[in-house]
Design a protein around this ligand. Structure first.
Ligand SMILES: Cc1cc2nc3c(=O)[nH]c(=O)nc-3n(C[C@H](O)[C@H](O)[C@H](O)COP(=O)(O)OP(=O)(O)OC[C@H]3O[C@@H](n4cnc5c(N)ncnc54)[C@H](O)[C@@H]3O)c2cc1C
Length: 526
């Protein structure tokens, strides 16, 4: 144990892979401990949204050109046994982050892409075939004990790191070892999951839908290029072992026109869909992320996305702490910020689950009547939930825009045109449409300098002529966004969330408040 890594990561699913890559991009020494020798092949995530598209852009996985990803541009419909519409979710077009609102892929393919990115990082060491079994921490770091079964006896080994992140999935060893309490909503159903490769053209209208038939609730969605996904709910009293068989799969697929002659059953498994989250995401130098911290049923296609958002929230904070710019208390904001955001998606997923996970005829009839009445008369429909928002943390107090997602669009910058992140980069930004010069006092400027933040004036293309490092708003989307915010200046965090939307005259004040939120006082004043 002669190397002290900056960060040890337990678990190399998509969440651990992204975290390793982003830390590697920043030059940190990272060790990843993964018990399996290879990518987990089972059918899991198939869907991500525009925000995840922007996160994947950061590791050069581009949803519009990468052959493993199929952008979606249609409705996501929920129908009853008679094929009448109960619910329609609009998954058409692009979202605020510029990428499609909805994208389909196969998780093992995405994991291979992420794995390739992590392996390109010279400072990332991947240790497969090791199982994390114990964690101890002191004032300087964490000691992780791992075991491997190379011979008859398990071989123990330790690694030492300044911080450890448990990305070790639903049955997280790290979470258990730390004794982090979990709140469980007790919502669980078993489903048979099938990844199918049709070997002849097949059309589905709509391409993504849910059949809410109490005789066999069924999910029918794309599974990424060349694939289709079917999911069949286990009925009360059914044995999941009987369900998880190829012959059962073919029997269930028969009404859908799939047979061994025209399709390949690539993978099948049974999962128990659950809904829970941890009450604490950090214990000293150890944090958890992804399924280790939260689980939700997959009906909104957001479980993995929540884990990738965890990483994007955590990585800039770890970066500031590891660089010594900010005290380690900043890490206390990670769980409180992420928790309500994750709860939003858990609640949405459970709401959708309550529509489909209905195996009783009477309950299904009542559900149909209620949802169809709401379609006929939208005033009977429940109000749409507000957009997901980060919880309390590094956010301007009392600002209604703080904690909401910012936007990305096409810009011109220093003579180059493209998406904001591609041509400007990532980090802290002050975006402003104010035309008056933003003269910042030295103490406010110092906050920006320490965060390597950039002030950019946003205007119509061709207006980039001042010394503020200007940005041409090629599609007018920034102009629309500022109009909707009703402010001329926005401070955006490295994870794309709004710190504050303000009048430019309040910028200095907002930056000084940001300094206290970052708990930077100790170091910035040193
Ligand atoms: C049927 C289904 C459909 C889904 N659909 C979607 C969807 O459409 N969209 C979406 O966003 N999400 C979806 N999800 C959720 C998504 O699959 C998970 O959220 C995602 O895999 C979580 O990633 P993770 O890296 O946190 O955990 P995992 O992918 O579970 O990775 C954890 C890793 O940790 C390793 N590990 C565990 N314990 C140890 C240990 N002690 N030592 C070393 N290694 C260890 C494991 O081997 C594993 O490789 C779906 C899930 C299911 C089951």
């Amino acid at each position: 144990m002669d190397t002290t890594y900056d960060v040890a990561i337990v678990g190399y699913g998509p969440v651990g892979q992204l975290l390793a890559t982003l830390l590697g991009q920043r030059g940190y020494q990272v060790v990843v401990i993964e018990r399996y020798p290879d990518i987990y092949p089972m059918p899991r995530a198939v869907h991500f949204d525009h925000e995840i598209g922007r996160i994947l852009q950061a590791v050069d996985i581009r949803a519009d050109t990468n052959p493993i990803i199929e952008p979606y541009d249609d409705w996501y419909e929920w129908k009853n046994a008679e094929r009448e519409t109960l619910l329609k979710v609009d998954w058409r077009g692009v979202g605020p982050s510029w990428w499609h609102t909805s994208n389909f892929f196969a998780q093992p393919d995405l994991e291979r892409e992420l794995d390739a990115r992590a392996r390109q990082q010279p400072t990332v060491s991947l240790r497969r075939g090791l199982t994390a079994v114990a964690v101890e921490q002191d004032g300087n770091g964490v000691t992780l004990t791992t075991e491997t079964m190379t011979g008859a006896e398990p071989q123990a080994e330790t690694v030492r790191a300044r911080y450890l992140v448990g990305c070790d999935g639903a049955n997280s060893t790290v979470r258990t070892l730390l004794g982090l309490p979990v709140t469980d909503l007790g919502f669980f159903f078993d489903w048979l999951i099938l990844d199918m490769i049709p070997n002849e053209p097949m059309t589905f209208d709509p391409p993504a839908w849910q059949l809410c038939d109490p005789k066999r609730p069924t999910t029918i969605v794309p599974g990424g290029p060349g694939r289709r996904r079917w999911e069949f709910m286990a009925l009360p009293g059914e044995d999941v072992n009987d369900l998880n068989k190829a012959e059962t799969a073919w029997e269930f697929l028969q009404p859908w026109g799939l047979t061994p002659d025209n399709a390949v059953l690539e993978r099948h498994t049974v999962y128990r869909f659950q809904a829970h989250w941890v009450d604490r995401w950090r214990s000293g130098r150890v944090l958890i992320a992804g399924d280790a911290a939260h689980l939700m049923p997959p009906f909104a296609g957001q479980g993995m996305g929540a884990g990738l958002r965890d990483v994007f929230n955590l990585v800039w904070k770890l970066d500031l702490v590891l660089r010594g710019t900010v005290g380690e208390q900043l890490l206390d904001t990670y769980g409180p910020e992420r928790s309500p955001h994750v709860r939003h998606f858990i609640d949405v997923s459970i709401g959708l689950g309550r529509v489909i996970c209905v195996p009783g005829l009477e309950e299904a009839t009542a559900r149909d009547a209620e949802l169809m009445a709401a379609i006929a008369d939208p005033s009977l429909a429940p109000a749409a939930p507000p957009p997901p928002r980060l919880g309390p943390g590094v956010l301007a107090e009392g600002d209604p825009q703080a904690g909401l997602l910012s936007i990305q669009s096409r810009v011109s910058y220093q003579g180059v045109e493209g998406l904001f992140d591609d041509v400007v980069g990532r980090g802290w930004f002050v975006l402003t449409t104010a035309t008056a010069e933003l003269a910042l006092p030295a103490d406010a400027q110092e906050v920006l300098d320490r965060l390597t933040g950039t002030v950019l004036r946003v205007g119509a293309p061709g207006t980039d002529s001042t010394d503020l490092g200007d940005l041409g708003d090629l599609d007018g989307r920034y102009e629309e966004w500022f109009a909707a915010l009703g402010k001329d200046t926005v401070i955006v965090r490295p994870d794309f969330y709004v710190y504050a939307a303000i009048d430019s005259t309040k910028l200095a004040h907002a930056l000084l408040e940001l300094k206290s939120h970052l708990r930077t006082d100790r170091i910035l004043q040193a």
